[in-house]
Structures are given as structure tokens and as C-alpha cells.
Design a protein around this ligand. Structure first.
Ligand SMILES: C[S@@+](CC[C@H](N)C(=O)[O-])C[C@H]1O[C@@H](n2cnc3c(N)ncnc32)[C@H](O)[C@@H]1O
Length: 203
């Protein structure tokens, strides 16, 4: 059996192992050190084998020989969704060239070591995949209107709450002031408060 078929077998075996969803807490310095070490490898096969070992650790924490999950009380930790991390690793495993694998590795390492923000919202652009609350499909295809909290929906002219909610997630930061000059029954202001923004309305 050659190296490639060995690897395929390993991937197949790993895919059959169930793992619970949710988040995992990992040691920030350790993951950056390991990713950096993997990124310095000169062969795609070696990179992929090391990534397979990382997936194994996420799925079976007891197999953690790197100390990835050892949390030093004074150390920095990162909480990341397991499915997001595994899909990042799978993307590396599916790379056809070493250049592409290294591109994904660098991107992943940056996601752990850097924060990329901007002036208009609080989104860390290097970890955008983890923002479940942000709808990235069409904003107009919603299952049903949000009727939770203070929303009562008696007023025929009010917004579907998810629309101002999504707009403010994208275009405001916590603590910003939002003016609704067509306040109606105040849907936008309710969402404003939920998101930690300050709201003012006129009608
Ligand atoms: C579609 S509703 C607003 C919905 C609201 N922004 C929300 O979050 O649900 C439009 C509102 O604009 C108000 N309006 C219409 N013309 C206006 C004007 N010239 N100046 C201020 N408010 C106005 C109406 O009274 C109505 O309540």
C-alpha cells in the first residue's frame, strides 16, 4: 500500500468516527506553534498526515499528545466551534497543491493569532465563519418573523425584526447610536437594545 492510499484509508476511518458538536477550548500559543511547524513542512503528504493527527485530537481529546488542550492558567485560550475547525482542516486535506495547503494553514493561523476588525461593525473578519447570528444567504428569505421578547407585531407597518437586526450587526458597533427617523412601533429600537446599541426614534 503506498503513502496516498494509506492516507485515504486514514481519512475514511476518521470520517466514520462520530464527534460531538459544540466548541472546544484550545491553548492559543500551542495551536499557533503547531500550525507554524506544519506550515514549514516541505511535503504535502507530511502536512496532510499532521493535519489528520490534529483532527484526531479534536475528535478524541484523550489522544492529545501535543498538549493542544492543556490549558495553562495564565495562558491565552481560544474557543472555537469544532465543526468549523474540522472543516478548516478538511480544506487543507483536500488541497491539491502544497501552495494551497499553506495558504489555508496561514489563514487558519492568522484567525487564531490576529483580530481583523473594521470601523463599521464588531465582526472579526478572520473568524467570520463562526458568526451563526449573521445570515449570509438572502435577507428576504426568512422562515418566520421573530416574535420573541418585546415584539408584538400589532402595527401593520413595522419591520420584520430580523431585518434591522441584521443591518445593525453589519453596520454598527456595540455602544453606537442608531437613529430611526421613521420609528413606527419601534421594532428597530427593540433590536437596538438587544444588540447593545443605543437607539433614538422619531415619528
Ligand atoms: C414602515 S414604518 C417604520 C417601521 C419601523 N422603522 C420599525 O422599526 O418597525 C414607517 C413609519 O414612518 C412614519 N413616517 C411616515 N412619514 C414620515 C415622516 N415624513 N416623518 C417621520 N415619520 C414618518 C410612519 O408614521 C410609520 O410609522
Amino acid at each position: 500500500m503506498n503513502k496516498n492510499s494509506n492516507q485515504l484509508l486514514l481519512i475514511k476511518n476518521l470520517e466514520s468516527i462520530p464527534y460531538s458538536l459544540g466548541s472546544i477550548i484550545i491553548c492559543k500559543s500551542k495551536i499557533c506553534e503547531i500550525l507554524n511547524e506544519i506550515n514549514n513542512q516541505k511535503e504535502l503528504n507530511i502536512i496532510k498526515n499532521k493535519i489528520i493527527k490534529m483532527i484526531e485530537i479534536i475528535k478524541h481529546p484523550k489522544s492529545d499528545k501535543y498538549g493542544l488542550l492543556n490549558i495553562d492558567p495564565n495562558g491565552d485560550t481560544i474557543s472555537i466551534r469544532k465543526d468549523v475547525l474540522i472543516s478548516e482542516f478538511n480544506q487543507i486535506l483536500n488541497s491539491q497543491t502544497i501552495k494551497r495547503a499553506k495558504y489555508y494553514l496561514t489563514r487558519l493561523e492568522n484567525g487564531f493569532s490576529k483580530i481583523k476588525t473594521n470601523n463599521i461593525n464588531d465582526i472579526n473578519l478572520l473568524r467570520w465563519k463562526e458568526y451563526d447570528s449573521i445570515i449570509t444567504d438572502s435577507l428576504w428569505i426568512l422562515d418566520k418573523r421573530d416574535t420573541s421578547g418585546a415584539h408584538i407585531g400589532w402595527y401593520w407597518g413595522n419591520f420584520i425584526p430580523q431585518i434591522p437586526h441584521q443591518m445593525m450587526l453589519r453596520y454598527t458597533k456595540k455602544g453606537d447610536w442608531v437613529l430611526d427617523a421613521f420609528v413606527g412601533s419601534g421594532t428597530t429600537l427593540i433590536e437596538c437594545r438587544r444588540l447593545g446599541r443605543n437607539g433614538i426614534g422619531i415619528d
